[in-house]
Design a binder for this molecule. Structure first.
Ligand code: MYA
Length: 415
């Protein structure tokens, strides 16, 4: 059956963006050309070795003072433990962060989500970097990093995960972003870390892989009313609602919420699953406790505990990331769940993810989103996900791969 989602790949905007993307290698990148990242001109050059592009330098050689900002701005370190500071970051992002190509929706990460995302084990406050206007003290830009271990092939590399780069709408195209990226790089270097991972909707030199978002309608009527989806050809509203109907409760016996006592078993399950991907997160028990234990309205994790053996055999998780609906008289917020890490060993992957859809529907989400990473391809079509118009490019800083990965070879989800 045809999937009636419109955030699909046939809109004029999408065709135009695809064309622009196809031209992007021809563009010059005045900033990115100066950085230790894979350059477009080197694509396909197999003589270049895999690994760090430039060596670590002695810490004494790292620049000790912050980079210069235009004189009307100043650096500020954002203490996410402070409610006021957290609200400032929240409001900057709520009004200025990522929108879809048609400017209909804008991410609205919650304060609790930001606290979770920015304070993992071993985080550095110095990597939560704001820019203020000197006279008004208003926060006008932000960039952040958190520490992570990421395995590339056989090597586990200490990295920074860079996220939430945002410049106020009124201050765009003034080359603030390159200064912010250089400043976060400097502060990461000061902790003796020389690599980073990040994602972006734009093409930069050079993606390690390009993933696609898929969307599973949970509340098709609302999605159509707000313009996220449209009725498919030869579809009525009532047929569409019936198409996406789900059972009231999960199907799999032993399916339950993850609890603190499950951390060791979930860590084993995940480590084993992630070991097969070319690039993947290297989770230990501390990481699993932080990133995967359920937190209300932030992250949800479920597992299957075998009713006979009490072994934990399967696991699924998703995070909560609403979007503001821009300029709609009837609705303000789109409630979206984003697939995070999922592992099936005993239950079929299809049934496990169907149970994830069922619980997310029960929790009031309008849509369940998933990237085509890891083994996700195997459930997307069958569970009535439709391809979205959003591409997500994954990047490594100062680490070269000999060749790009397929999305299915990637075991990493950034928030
Ligand atoms: S991705 C989310 C990014 N945020 C948004 O999309 C929110 C809405 N947009 C904005 O706030 C602004 O448009 C931003 C750019 C701030 C994105 N990643 O200041 P400019 C390059 C990297 O005049 P503005 C996320 O958070 C652009 O190609 N570079 O532009 C991960 C050009 O360089 P070049 C980007 O529009 C971030 C230059 O910036 C991005 O006012 C990972 C123009 O600067 C982008 N998303 O501001 C950051 N967008 O001429 C990299 C534009 O060379 C981390 N540009 O093409 C690298 C690792 C660092 C740590 C290393 C440790 C060892």
């Amino acid at each position: 059956e045809a999937n009636p989602l419109v955030k699909d790949d046939t809109s004029l905007e999408t065709i135009v963006r695809r064309f622009q993307d196809s031209m992007s290698e021809a563009k010059t990148h005045k900033f990115w050309e100066t950085q230790p990242v894979g350059q477009f001109k080197d694509i396909g050059d197999t003589s270049l070795p895999e690994g760090p592009i430039e060596p670590a330098t002695p810490l004494s050689e790292v620049k000790q003072e912050p980079y210069n900002l235009p004189s009307v701005y100043e650096w500020t370190t954002c203490d996410m433990n402070s409610d006021d500071m957290c609200s400032e970051v929240y409001n900057l992002l709520k009004n200025n962060y990522v929108e879809d190509d048609e400017n209909m929706f804008r991410f609205n990460y919650s304060k609790e989500f930001l606290r979770w995302a920015l304070r993992p084990p071993g985080y550095y406050q110095s990597w939560h970097i704001g820019v203020r206007a000197k006279t008004s003290k208003k926060l006008v830009a932000f960039i952040s990093g958190v520490p992570a271990r990421i395995r590339v092939r056989d090597e586990v590399v200490k990295m920074a995960e860079i996220n939430f780069l945002c410049v106020h709408k009124k201050l765009r195209s003034k080359r603030l972003a390159p200064v912010m990226i250089k400043e976060v790089t400097r502060r990461v270097h000061l902790e003796n870390i020389w690599q980073a991972a990040y994602t972006a909707g734009v093409i930069l030199p050079t993606p390690i892989t390009t993933c696609q978002y898929w969307h599973r309608s949970l509340n098709p009527k609302k999605l159509i009313d707000v313009g996220f989806s449209r009725l498919g050809a030869r579809m009525t509203m009532s047929r569409t609602i019936k198409l996406y109907k789900l059972p009231d409760a999960p199907i799999t016996p032993g399916f339950r919420k993850m609890e603190p006592r499950d951390v060791p078993a979930v860590t084993r399950l995940l480590r084993n699953y992630l070991s097969q991907f070319g690039v993947a997160t290297d989770f230990d028990e501390n990481d699993v406790e932080h990133w995967l234990l359920p937190r209300e309205d932030v992250v949800d994790s479920y597992l299957v505990e075998s009713p006979e053996t009490h072994d934990v055999t399967d696991f699924c998780s998703f995070y909560t990331l609403p979007s503001t609906i821009l300029g709609n008289p009837n609705y303000t917020t789109l409630k979206a769940a984003y697939s995070y890490y999922n592992v099936a060993t005993q239950t079929s992957f299809l049934q496990l993810m169907n149970d994830a859809l069922i619980v997310s529907k029960q929790k009031g989400f309008d849509v369940f989103n998933a990237l085509d990473v890891m083994h996700n391809e195997s459930f997307l079509k069958e569970l009535k996900f439709g391809p979205g118009d959003g591409q997500l490019h994954y990047y490594l800083y100062n680490y070269r791969l000999k060749s790009a990965l397929k999305p299915a070879e990637l075991g990493l989800v950034l928030l």
